[in-house]
Write a new protein. Structure first.
Length: 156
C-alpha cells in the first residue's frame, strides 16, 4: 500500500500565478494599450470637431428661423444678446412663441459659440451671420487659426 504522506509530498499544488507570469501579461496589456490609445485620442479630436460643426449648423438654423419670422432680418449684436433673444420665447409683437434655442449653443469643449451680425468675417459677400467656435485650442482667433466657422469649408 501506498503511504499517503509520500503521495502528498510528491504532488505540488499550484495556488496562483508566478510573478514572472503576471509581468508578462502586464507587458502584453501595456503593448496593446500603447498601440490603441493614440488612435483613440485622434478619433476623439475628430469627433469633437464634427460635433462642433453640427452645433454651429444648429445655431445657424435657429438664426435663420428667427429671420424667417422677422421680415428676413437676422438678429443683430453679439453672442450674449442674440442668444438671450433666441431663448426668450417672445415675438417682436410681444406674443409668447416657441423659443428658437433651448440652451446657450456651445462647442464640443463647452465654450459658447461666437456670433456676429452684421458679419465682418465673410469676404465672399454673402449676407449671413458669422458663427464660430474657438476650436480645440479654446483660443478665439476671430475665425482664424484652428477656429471652426460657418463661413469656411476649408478650415476645420
Amino acid at each position: 500500500m501506498h503511504n499517503r504522506k509520500s503521495e502528498n509530498s510528491t504532488q505540488v499544488r499550484r495556488g496562483g500565478f508566478t510573478l514572472l507570469e503576471l509581468l508578462i501579461v502586464l507587458g502584453i496589456i501595456l503593448a496593446i494599450a500603447a498601440m490603441v490609445v493614440p488612435n483613440l485620442l485622434g478619433r476623439q479630436q475628430e469627433a469633437n470637431i464634427k460635433q462642433t460643426k453640427i452645433n454651429i449648423a444648429n445655431f445657424d438654423q435657429a438664426v435663420k428661423q428667427y429671420a424667417a419670422s422677422h421680415n428676413a432680418e437676422f438678429p443683430q449684436g453679439g453672442q450674449a444678446d442674440v442668444v438671450q433673444m433666441l431663448m426668450s420665447g417672445e415675438s417682436s409683437e410681444g406674443q409668447v412663441i416657441q423659443p428658437y434655442l433651448e440652451a446657450v449653443p456651445k462647442d464640443a469643449w463647452g465654450i459658447p459659440l461666437f456670433y456676429e451680425y452684421p458679419n465682418t468675417k465673410n469676404a465672399g459677400g454673402v449676407d449671413k451671420p458669422a458663427v464660430w467656435s474657438s476650436g480645440p485650442d479654446k483660443q478665439n482667433q476671430d475665425g482664424g487659426g484652428d477656429d471652426i466657422t460657418n463661413w469656411s469649408q476649408t478650415g476645420q
